[in-house]
Ligand binder design. Structure first.
Ligand code: CTP
Length: 200
């Protein structure tokens, strides 16, 4: 309704750090972002979106023909099927909210034929609370990614809204690289380092 929304605990910190790390390497950067409390890095073109549908449209348009798309966004997987135009009143009782699936942005973009609009590299994150590597490997494959950063979001020092992160990178050729606990800025630098190497 006009007052209530469904959202999640992502702060955007890892995504903004990735944009900064790419700028530091001299890349031309477009940062597609949902609302956050963060200051956007200077030098990135910022495209603001509020819904998964808007993010899909922005990502398709902005990533076409680019060198790399890196998706760290915690996109909502479900949205209410019907939003009420008027504020729901408590007096009318507890509402039943029916949900429907949102678009899988990464799968849509990575699934495009290589050599056309598909970015040369498509990189994702896997936010997992259990079976980290198994789930990340299956996302790498099912979404058609070049590599994925597996992120254990049940750890206190990694994942949502903290400054540090611990990820394992899984590559399409089967290689794995476990990174130690580091700042999100450092994680971003490592990921951008791997991206530029693969683009060489
Ligand atoms: N992602 C996306 N579009 C969605 C959901 C996720 O592009 N609708 C992207 C995320 O930005 C991330 C990757 O897919 O890079 C994996 O997201 P994650 O939340 O870990 O997994 P889901 O695909 O949503 O699967 P599940 O919720 O079942 O773990």
């Amino acid at each position: 309704d006009p007052v209530r929304v469904l959202t999640n605990r992502s702060s955007g910190k890892q995504g903004y750090a990735l944009a900064q790390a790419a700028l530091d390497l001299g890349a031309q950067v477009t940062l597609i972002t949902a609302p956050t409390a963060l200051t956007p890095p200077t030098g990135a073109r910022r495209v603001a979106v509020e819904t998964a549908k808007q993010m899909l449209a922005a990502v398709l348009q902005e990533s076409a023909g680019s060198d790399a798309l890196i998706m760290a966004s915690a996109v909502a997987d479900f949205r209410p099927k019907n939003a009420s135009r008027d504020k729901l009143k408590k007096a009318d009782g507890i509402p039943q909210v029916e949900l429907e699936a949102t678009e899988d942005i990464l799968k849509t973009v990575a699934g495009q034929r290589r050599g056309e609009k598909r970015p040369r590299l498509v990189v994702g994150f896997a936010a997992e609370s259990r079976d980290l590597l198994e789930n990340a490997a299956s996302k790498l494959k099912s979404k058609g990614l070049d590599f994925i950063a597996a992120n254990d979001i049940s750890a206190k020092d990694a994942g949502f809204a903290v400054e540090t992160n611990r990820v394992t990178l899984l590559f399409a050729d089967g290689r794995q690289e476990a990174l130690s606990l580091m700042s999100k800025a450092e994680v971003a630098e490592v990921i951008l380092g791997r991206v530029s190497k693969l683009l060489e």
